[in-house]
Design a protein around this ligand. Structure first.
Ligand code: SUG
Length: 445
């Protein structure tokens, strides 16, 4: 049977803004309070999705969370009409209002961890929404994200949905940004790599910035997904690079099928990690472990260019393409490295640069914007077809963005209740386009 990797990209929501909410994420902090352009952000993301369709790949779309999150604002004691809740929060707790207006659900690499059916004991595809408990604006995502994923992957014969892990620091879970699998090809049993920043039972941890993923969370997800311990590795991120702004593993490593590209400082006790990966990989095709030296790309340049946050995709015509952020072209050594990579003897054959500046300014590159889901042909047929991108949907979404989105948004705009109504109107229309039913709290009120 054919298997495919389908990228499900988060559609950037109408309230995309720069609120500086992510301590440890250099771009988020340095662009705090800039004026954003939600329309451009959503169009840039959509163009990336459309480009992958044109490469002959299957591509899915994930609807954004509804913002503002009125449930959280009300839980924090703001009462009255929806407009009154906004106005009161804007005066008394502007930081909370910003968190409740964040469009951060766009980074669907953090939406969930998804294990394909060929890796799990019960032969089902398993989905655990990430609790994202390290940051308030992200910790509020899981309930809506879970509803949306259930409306996309609804058939219980194929898809098994789990609850997010407990909202406790011991179980900090940031989803697929810290998970990759190496396999001969998509439909074969893979070696699951879970990368964590901190283990509650050791003292190895970053000194400055938080480790967002714990080993305990990764182990819990692997257990729920019924993964074979023989084919599962738990690897610690190098705490020193977390302190340099590598807040997720997908900022320092990428894997696809039999290729794993990673920085020489990505992991704690890296040589041992490499040996474990070599021993664990079961494929017949050779495994390409490509370790990028600091002399070729420094950690600083990796964080600046987000080169490791590229997508590495297998092309239907053979070979693999690196879908890289345009920022890589502004760092000479990175651009040179990527072109040399395509000439070297490995499956990588081309680099495609995409302009995702609006998302990049919040620390979200091409790989952050997508959730990878490996599906058999039969499972793909069971996915909500309205969420799979084709030319018709591409045009409908483009018109929808152009109709409903603002082209500038600053902090002061969050206090304006009309932003809430505009956003709800847009998302109400979107649920019809993507055939999601009533997934949003405001639709159920
Ligand atoms: O969680 N930025 C996100 C970026 C997520 C990137 N995802 C992956 N690497 N997979 C984060 O730090 C910034 C929001 C703001 O500051 O307005 C933000 O949440």
């Amino acid at each position: 049977m054919n298997y495919y990797e389908v990228n499900f990209d988060g559609l950037v929501g109408p309230t995309h803004n720069y609120a500086g909410l992510s301590y440890g994420n250099v771009a988020s902090k340095s662009n705090a309070n800039k004026t954003s352009n939600p329309k451009q952000a959503a169009l840039q993301g959509l163009e990336k999705m459309w480009h992958l369709v044109q490469l002959g790949l299957h591509q899915g779309v994930v609807a954004p969370n509804a913002r503002p999150d009125l449930i959280t604002l009300r839980a924090c004691g703001f009462a009255g009409s929806d407009s009154a809740v906004i106005s009161k929060a804007a005066k008394a707790q502007p930081q909370l209002l910003k968190a409740c207006y964040s469009a951060s659900s766009m980074w669907t690499a953090n939406a969930a961890t998804v294990s394909p059916s060929c890796d799990s004991a019960d032969g089902k595809l398993h989905i655990t929404p990430a609790n994202l408990n390290n940051k308030l604006h992200r910790a509020i995502e899981a309930p809506q994200t879970s509803q949306i994923l259930k409306a996309m992957f609804s058939d219980p014969d194929f898809f098994s949905h789990h609850e997010a892990l407990p909202q406790h620091p011991l179980y900090g879970d940031e989803g697929a940004a810290n998970y990759t699998r190496l396999a001969d090809s998509y439909g074969h049993q893979g070696l699951a790599l879970f990368v964590y920043g901190e283990d509650a039972h050791t003292q190895v941890k970053p000194q400055l910035f938080p480790a967002r993923q714990t080993r305990q969370a990764s182990e819990a997800v692997a257990r729920s997904h019924q993964l074979d311990p023989q084919n599962t590795l738990f690897i610690q991120q190098n705490p020193e690079v977390i302190d340099q702004g590598v807040f997720h593993n997908d900022v320092i490593a990428i894997g696809n099928e039999n290729v794993f590209l990673f920085h020489e400082q990505a992991f704690y006790q890296q040589q041992g990690v490499i040996e474990q990966i070599k021993a664990g990989y079961q494929g017949d095709r050779p495994l390409h472990l490509i370790e990028v030296k600091n002399a070729d790309i420094s950690v600083e340049d990796a964080v600046k260019s987000y080169v490791f946050n590229s997508q590495l995709v297998s092309l239907p015509s053979g070979g693999m393409a690196v879908i890289a952020p345009g920022e890589c072209q502004m760092v000479g050594k990175v651009e040179q490295y990527l072109s040399a990579l395509c000439q070297a003897s490995n499956p990588v054959s081309e680099v495609i640069y995409m302009d995702l500046k609006q998302s990049m300014q919040n620390g979200g590159g091409p790989a952050c914007l997508r959730l990878r889901v490996t599906l058999s042909q039969q499972e793909l047929s069971a996915v909500n077809p309205a969420c799979l991108l084709d030319e018709g949907l591409y045009h409908r979404l483009r018109d929808w963005i152009n109709t409903h989105y603002r082209d500038r948004l600053s902090e002061a705009d969050l206090a304006d209740p009309s932003l809430m109504t505009e956003s709800q109107t847009a998302l109400d229309t979107l649920t019809t386009i993507l055939n999601l039913g009533s997934v949003y709290p405001f639709q159920q009120a």
